[in-house]
Design a protein around this ligand. Structure first.
Ligand SMILES: *Cc1c(COP(=O)(O)O)cnc(C)c1O
Length: 409
């Protein structure tokens, strides 16, 4: 017999961590894959950065509170979660900007090649950045954006860079980072992995997979807050050769020498461009402390148990109400979210949010539920499915107010 949600919660070694988050009363939040919840200690830390560091200590804080090293300090906090070395990761900018920086640098490492490979179902910003770089370079590159089952075949010996997102933002399908990286290396190409739905969701193994470059988000599973800085990773072996196109002063070997000529920092820091966003970085750094001491393998075990339970409980709703599972049932091919298509997907999600279960919707008809093992518990999973059943049974989702689209979906 399947254990009940209460039994699973009682046995959960990560259960105490939930108390570190601010969880609004009665709310079930299955959207940590879009914006993570706020750890309770973060406001006080941001407050201190404002009143003491900014308000009182002012410009001195660059040294006395070490603002200047925030990108590398926060990068080191993230490194363990993604299987990289501390000196390979920095926190900065957004994923989009970091992709621009890494893709432009990686292309210059393979000057004789003319193809960029990606997944046509990749998150659009990833594809747009490749299109922008290609336009800047007068269309030198073939943008070989293919369906996932064509990826292996698309990676041929004219490919400069293979740029992929590990976990599909719509379906939650997880690609095999190790074998795709091997495939890319076998033909002499470099890899850039987008970890937007991986970092903080399960243990990522960048070094073990021999990945070259990676980017990821601060505001999703890392709970850094809205607009939080993102991060980027450059494998140590690529650092001295990877030359930034956004050659800003903060990436200079000696920013405060004010030399008129650019000379890159020796390490990954060369890929910072301008002044770090201190307040956002402070929030992200504080939020990351929630991961201190967390066994990432235990996190993965819980994530799979949460998504398994959700899929199991949803099973009876699938046929009855027309949901179709699009997330792989195979554990190895799954991230930490579960998605279904439904012809009234948008309205169903709006009605469910009205019933205090927050998930989200992705066009054209996907309802998406993210499971964040640090604060989602098994009781949440069971209650969420019950509330969804009520929404479907009552036909609440057919109310016209739920069909109204806002700017952000
Ligand atoms: C959320 C997400 C992004 C967001 O990029 P930003 O530039 O940080 O807004 C990029 N890629 C993927 C795969 C995402 O899921």
């Amino acid at each position: 017999m399947t254990p009940t949600a209460a039994t699973l919660d009682a046995r959960d070694p990560l259960a105490p961590i939930r108390a570190k988050f601010h969880i609004p009363d009665g709310l079930i939040y299955l959207d940590g894959n879009s914006l993570g919840m706020m750890p309770v200690h973060v406001p006080e830390r941001v407050q201190r950065a404002m009143t003491l560091e900014w308000g009182t200590d002012l410009i001195r804080s660059w040294n006395t509170h070490d603002w200047i090293d925030l990108p590398v300090r926060v990068g080191a906090q993230i490194a363990r979660l993604i299987g990289a070395q501390d000196n390979e990761v920095i926190a900065c900018d957004s994923i989009s900007v970091n992709l621009f920086k890494l893709l432009s640098a990686a292309l210059k490492l393979r000057p004789d090649r003319t193809v960029i490979v990606s997944d046509i179902d990749n998150f659009p910003t990833d594809l747009y950045i490749a299109q922008g770089i290609n336009a800047m370079l007068s269309g030198k590159y073939e943008l070989r954006f293919v369906k996932r089952d064509q990826l292996e075949a698309a990676i041929t010996d004219d490919v400069a860079v293979v740029m992929l997102t590990e976990v599909d933002y719509r379906t939650g399908e997880r690609l095999d980072m190790k074998s795709l990286t091997e495939r890319a290396h076998a033909v002499g190409a470099l890899t850039i992995w987008d970890l937007a739905h991986s970092a903080g969701a399960f243990p990522v193994e960048l070094n073990a997979c021999n990945a070259d470059f990676a980017v990821g988000c601060g505001y999703k599973y890392l709970n850094g807050g809205p607009g939080s800085p993102a991060f980027l990773m450059v494998a140590e072996r690529n650092q001295s050769a990877a030359l930034p196109v956004l050659s800003g002063w903060m990436g200079h070997a000696a920013p405060f020498a004010f030399d008129p000529n650019y000379a890159p920092d020796a390490g990954v820091r060369r890929l910072t461009a301008g002044t770090p966003a201190v307040l956002g970085m402070t929030a992200l750094s504080a939020a990351l402390e929630v991961f201190d001491g967390v066994d990432m393998h235990a996190l993965r075990v819980k994530s799979l148990a949460l998504t398994d339970l959700f899929m199991e409980l949803m099973h009876s709703l699938e046929t009855e109400y027309g949901f179709e599972l699009v997330t792989p049932t195979d554990h190895a091919a799954r991230g930490s979210q579960v998605s279904y298509t439904h012809p009234h997907g948008y309205a169903v999600m709006q009605a469910l949010i009205d019933a205090k279960v927050i998930g989200d919707f992705r066009a054209p008809e996907i309802v998406r539920f993210g499971f964040t093992p640090l604060y989602t518990n098994f009781a949440d999973v069971a209650t969420a499915v019950q509330r969804l059943e009520t929404v479907m049974q009552s036909g609440a989702y057919l109310e016209p107010r739920f069909a109204q689209k806002s700017k952000v979906t």
